[in-house]
Design a protein around this ligand. Structure first.
Ligand SMILES: *Cc1c(COP(=O)(O)O)cnc(C)c1O
Length: 423
């Protein structure tokens, strides 16, 4: 479906939140997205008509619930270009990355932990490479792993003039000592699209395991795991129209087979004796206990909704919104926008010279505009830039040019009033 002012009006009607909050201009989609009635109804229908636990039951309802759950994996797999057995359901991106931070050391020390350098001395593969743009979810689990296993973390730096990742620095930081490279696809602070395909390719040449945090890209652009050739990739359902409580970890089949489970209990076993057990096939060995069945089914429906519009259409509409907003924001006196000329996704960060970001956000809230102010789970980045956080607006396809016009009108008003008061 082509997106334009007219179709957006129709699409907005699918989202009950806008009917129930008449004045709401929702510009915090990088934190979470709103839900269409199709997804909400899927949850309602499942609980009212088909609800039962999966896998274990022989009765019809349980078979139906299992079928719906498995179907949702097929939908996710098709969406990202993988096999359904490569899809592990977790709670969110954070849990997906934590799973890896616990389980990966086992296969790293097994297969690649020690490699011989030219000088025949053993050089350990014991470094983790991240970027300065990582969300705390893709930083703290690795800090903990480094602490547990005595590993070292290196950070690919950003260029201070335009906040873009310094690709030359990536080539320096990733070496034969690199065991893991974990990077975000799109920065949740500044919206930059990082050159992950190139970084993955280089990391592979150094035999590192590659992990993509796709929390901010999967909802907004075509992401294909085969094309990226990453080993693992994580994202959250709630940022792409799905319910909360469901996240995805994709992993390459041959790696998942080697990777030990992170959580243990029912549902993930093959056989159990009193003193030892063996694990189920992938992906089930990673899904201990009763999963969030309804949210998984809801995520499948959310992806179907996205597909009915077309991810390419979503991407190009959001690009138009961002370009329009960027021009309009620049007109406002006293504003600084943290952007680069290229690689702009649906996220824009800005600050006023004289007004702290939290004040801007609470003033906007008075006018029904929801934006986020603060560190955006990126405290080290804000410290580096020496700023008290930013104001961040982030679009989804249900946003319109009208939303931006209204935001800019109110921002101008706020800027004028505060400047007057300070004079
Ligand atoms: C939101 C986000 C996360 C964390 O997602 P959760 O759903 O809170 O686990 C991680 N990385 C990026 C880039 C994000 O935007």
């Amino acid at each position: 479906m082509e997106l334009n002012n007219k179709t957006i009006k129709r699409i907005k009607k699918d989202f009950p939140i806008f009917k129930n909050n008449k004045r709401l201009v929702y510009l915090d989609n990088a934190a979470t997205s709103q839900k269409p009635k199709q997804v909400i109804n899927t949850l309602k229908n499942f609980y009212e008509k088909d609800y039962a636990n999966i896998h274990r039951g022989i009765y019809r309802l349980s078979e139906k619930a299992t079928e719906l759950y498995m179907k949702s994996k097929e939908i996710v797999a098709e969406f990202i270009g993988s096999d359904p057995e490569e899809i592990i359901y977790t709670k969110n991106t954070t849990e997906s990355l934590n799973l890896l931070s616990y389980s990966l050391p086992f296969i790293i020390s097994e297969s690649k932990g020690e490699i011989k350098s030219k000088s025949k001395r053993k050089s350990k593969k014991n470094e983790i490479v991240l970027t300065e743009l990582e969300h705390h979810s893709n930083l703290i689990p690795w800090q903990q792993l480094a602490k547990r296993n005595n590993m070292k973390i290196k950070f690919i730096e950003i260029k201070p003039e335009n906040y873009e990742l310094d690709f030359d620095d990536a080539l320096k930081k990733i070496t034969n000592k690199t065991a893991i490279v974990a990077i975000n696809h799109v920065s949740n602070s500044f919206g930059l699209i990082n050159p992950i395909k190139e970084i993955i390719k280089f990391a592979k040449s150094k035999k590192a395991i590659t992990i993509v945090d796709a929390a901010q890209s999967m909802p907004h652009m075509k992401v294909n795991v085969k094309d990226l050739n990453c080993d693992f990739l994580a994202f959250s359902g709630h940022k792409m129209l799905g319910p909360t409580g469901i996240g995805v970890l994709y992993g390459k089949k041959e790696l998942l087979k080697k990777l030990p489970p992170f959580l243990f209990g029912g549902g993930m076993i093959n056989d159990v004796e009193l003193k030892k057990s063996s694990w189920a096939e992938i992906p089930f060995k990673f899904e201990a206990g009763t999963p969030d069945i309804s949210s998984a089914i809801g995520l499948g429906r959310a992806i179907r909704y996205i597909q009915s519009i077309g991810i390419e259409n979503i991407e190009s509409w959001e690009k138009k919104l961002t370009a329009y907003a960027l021009n309009k924001l620049k007109e406002i006196p006293g504003i600084k926008v943290y952007n680069s000329s290229k690689n702009i996704s649906g996220i824009l960060s800005f600050n006023f010279e004289k007004i702290p970001p939290h004040d801007v956000a609470s003033l906007l809230d008075f006018y029904g505009i929801a934006i986020r102010a603060g560190y955006h789970c990126n405290i080290p980045l804000m410290k580096k830039l020496n700023i008290p956080g930013t104001c961040r607006i982030s679009f989804y396809f249900y946003n319109s040019f009208e939303d931006i016009d209204y935001l800019v009108k109110i921002l101008k008003k706020i800027s004028l009033e505060i400047t007057k008061k300070l004079e």
